[in-house]
Every structure is written in C-alpha cells, then in structure tokens.
Design a protein around this ligand. Structure first.
Ligand SMILES: Nc1ncnc2c1ncn2[C@@H]1O[C@H](COP(=O)(O)OP(=O)(O)OP(=O)(O)O)[C@@H](O)[C@H]1O
Ligand SMILES: [Mg+2]
Length: 434
C-alpha cells in the first residue's frame, strides 16, 4: 500500500528557481509547476498546498489566495517574498496564506515546512483529552474565552498550543483568527507587519498597509513563539494590550483595534524576564491568564483517546480504516513522548503505513528502533524505550559520521546528504558529542 502524496502547486515564473523548488519537494509531494497566474488558476482545485511567488508576469500572486481558499479552504499557501515585497506578506496572511518565506529560500527546510502546514490545515483541529489535568485547563480556557483579556499559552513543543489557541478562538465567538509566528518575522519589518505603515514611511513602503493587529479587529490575533518577538516591539505591544490603541509606522494618528491577543511560547518567559530579554511588564500583562499545557508524559491517560482520534483522521487521509492492537497501545502508554502529541501522531502515521492498516506492537517497536528522534531528550524508565533510544542514537551517530567522511568533513554537504538542515545537523552533532 502506498500513501497518496499530497499535491503542491509551485507558482514561480523563474524557471530555474521553479525547478529547484520542485527538486526539493518531489520526494515527499506530487508537484506541478505553473509559470503564470493564468496557468496556476487551472490547477487550483488540484492543489493541497501552493508555493506562491508574489511577482508573476501576468499579475500579482496574491490574487490567487482568495480563489484558491474558496475552492479548497484547507489549502496550505506558502508565500515566497523577495526583498521589497515582504510587506505584502502581511496582506497574504490576512487573505488566508498560512505562512511566508523570504528569498533566498532554504530548500532543505521547504518539505518539512509544507508537511507541517498541510497537516495543520487538515480539519482535525479538535481538542481531544480525557485526563483531569487537561479537563481543568479546558475549563479555564472556556471561562476566559469569552473575555477580551489576553491569554498566554505555554507548553513543550508539540503539546497542543496551536490547537488550544484555535479552541479558545472558536469558543470566543469572535470573528477572524489571524496567526503570526513571531520567530519568522524579520525584525526590521516586524513593526509594519503588526501595526501597519503609511506610504513612504520607510524605503520600499510604496503603499500604505494595514498590519495584522488591524486585520484581526473583532477577532483573535495569535502570536506564536512570543518569546521571539523583537525586543524593540515589546513596548508597542504592551501599549496595545493596555489601551487597544496603536500608531502605524509613519503615522501620527492613533488607531484602535479590538483584536484579542493569544500568545504562545515553548520558552521559559520567566527566565527571559530574569535575563532581561523579555519585558517584565509585558510578561505580566500577557500572563493575566496563563494556561500551561502539561507534557503528554504527565497525562498518559490521554494517549488512548488521542490515538482513537488520530486513527479517524488517518482513515480520511488514507481512504481506508486503520486499527491498532491493545498491546501496541500499552507500549505507547509506557513511552515518555519528548515530542508530545506531535510525536505520537508521527509514530501512528508511520505505523499505519508499515502495518498496512493494522498497527501492532511489533510495528511500534520497529519504528522506535528505526526512528531518529527529533525531540528533546528525557530520562526514560522503561527499558524497552531507553534501549530503542540508545539504538537510534547509535545509528544516528553512525550515519552522521559516514556522511561527514563522505563529504570530506564539509558539514553543509553532509547535511544535504542526510536531508536535514544545517542547523539540525549542528544540533545533532552537539547532542551526540561528535
Ligand atoms: N489535545 C489535542 N487533541 C488533538 N490533537 C492534538 C492535541 N494536542 C496536540 N494535537 C496535535 O498535535 C500536533 C501538534 O500540536 P500543536 O501544533 O498544537 O503543538 P504546539 O504546542 O503548537 O507545538 P510547537 O511548539 O511546535 O508549535 C498537531 O497535529 C495537533 O493537531
Ligand atoms: Mg505551535
């Protein structure tokens, strides 16, 4: 059985670049190239993801976003911006694009970026739990949802911060949900992206634009990875939180927005306050309602319902039912999930393919031994898991050393051969003591 690969439409008029994008993506996706808007329009229905250049010979790429969302609301649109067009990214996101990348695009990161966007766009954004700790958290979330107060969600990677933010938005009854990943904003453009600017307020500002705070008026503005918000913007955000007022760049007129802020972080903001990289007053303002999602290993009661939920999603994606043995569930419930719910779902995805629709404990064991864990390391009580982890690390070290030897010690080339980003390779080498 082979999984149908998700389809990605590459809309890029530069043929050389379009081919490079295709090369980077085709291992994991079905791809198609369109060199113009008119060409792209013919394939909008087919695409589950679109890599969209903004400047095309017959018009602006941005004009594809609305029609594509109308045909397929779950389509993940990744906008590619060049210098001078980055401000358009704000507008793209407002129109429904999921994220943007600046040129030059890191080709190594492209497939993972799309995978994440496509999965997160699947209509599976339901919040599933059965543990008391999550029950209490959701109870709090329900109470705060209808208020205008900011919410700060913290939790380890993959623990469900995005899901909870969307849940709160849904319960709030507010209008639109606008999300911005603060780690991906170039710091010199952050002000304009959030608060907008007037024409001529800086080089390249050829038109006036609204920012995301204004775009999210009457709705929710989700500021993901808030710890990465440029420090220079922290006072402006604080002022907005306190008064609902802000001043676009280059303007002297105060504007107002009723956007409710939900911020999320997997960093320890308190220690950032201590070391001076995050303003204490902003921290306290955001943390009026702190919601801390417990790591999955501290609520293993949730594993069973999360598995059941994800098997239903897999059934939709694969087009046939997927079952799991009780012994496989027992194994999962003894694991510590450094990558939390995301890691659990990844294991299930791979096991479903391996087990041809029936997941056994053997599949799960096999996967754990053959998986290079991306998650953070955690001590593990169960012998089986720690042995698997040690085995995976040994193999991982071996692979990295082989790739380094083959590339004559060139780390960039080794990273390409291993199909990981340069940064990931450096992290792994550090962790494995190479
Ligand atoms: N309680 C939950 N119910 C259903 N799905 C969940 C739950 N928690 C997490 N997930 C799923 O796990 C994956 C990771 O969740 P999410 O993206 O919300 O994590 P995150 O905390 O935002 O991670 P990151 O720190 O990497 O941004 C997603 O596929 C999400 O749908
Ligand atoms: Mg997230």
């Amino acid at each position: 059985m082979e999984i149908e690969k998700p389809s990605i439409l590459i809309v890029e008029d530069n043929r050389k670049l379009a081919n490079l994008f295709q090369e980077a993506l085709e291992e994991r996706f079905k791809t198609m190239i369109a060199h113009s808007l008119s060409d792209a329009r013919k394939h909008l229905k087919w695409a589950q993801g679109i890599l969209l250049d903004l400047q095309l010979p017959d018009g602006e790429g941005i004009s594809l976003i609305k029609p594509s969302k109308a045909l397929n609301p779950d389509c993940a649109i990744l906008v590619v911006t060049a210098y001078g067009t980055v401000q358009k990214a704000v507008e793209s996101i407002r129109l429904g694009a999921s994220d943007f990348l600046e040129k030059p695009v890191d080709l190594n990161l492209l497939p993972a970026k799309f995978e994440k966007l496509i999965v997160s766009n699947l209509p599976s954004e339901e919040l599933v739990y059965s543990s008391d700790s999550m029950g209490q958290l959701v109870h709090m979330a329900n109470k705060v949802a209808k208020t205008p107060f900011p919410v700060l969600i913290s939790g380890e990677t993959g623990s469900g911060k995005d899901v909870l933010a969307r849940y709160i938005h849904k319960k709030s009854g507010k209008e639109g949900f606008v999300a911005l990943n603060c780690a991906s904003i170039p710091s010199e453009l952050a002000d304009s992206m959030l608060f907008g600017h007037l024409k001529g307020s800086f080089t390249g500002a050829s038109e006036s634009r609204r920012g995301l705070v204004a775009a999210a008026d009457k709705g929710t503005l989700f500021l993901d990875e808030i710890g990465d918000l440029p420090q220079s913007l922290q006072p402006k955000l604080l002022r907005f939180l306190d008064s609902g007022a802000f001043t676009p760049l280059g303007s002297c007129k105060e504007e107002r927005s009723s956007a409710r802020i939900i911020a999320a972080t997997n960093r320890d903001l308190k220690s950032m306050v201590e070391d001076g990289s995050f303003r204490e007053d902003l921290y306290f303002r955001l943390a009026t309602f702190p919601l801390q999602i417990p790591p999955l290993r501290n609520r293993l009661e949730d594993v069973e319902c999360l598995v059941a939920h994800h098997l239903m999603v897999l059934k939709k994606v694969l087009g046939h039912p997927v079952e799991i043995d009780a012994s496989a569930i027992r194994l999962l419930k003894a694991y510590d999930f450094p990558g939390n719910v995301r890691e659990l779902f990844n294991i299930l995805d791979r096991a479903a393919v391996l087990g041809m629709g029936k997941i056994s404990s053997e599949d799960i064991k096999f996967l754990m031994v053959h998986t290079i864990s991306q998650g953070q390391e955690k001590a593990n009580e169960s012998d089986f898991w720690s042995e698997s982890r040690a085995e995976a690390e040994r193999r991982e070290k071996e692979m990295i050393l082989e790739a380094l030897a083959a590339s004559g010690g060139n780390k960039a080339a080794a990273a390409r051969a291993l199909k990981v980003s340069y940064k990931t390779l450096l992290n792994k080498m550090k962790r494995l003591g190479i």
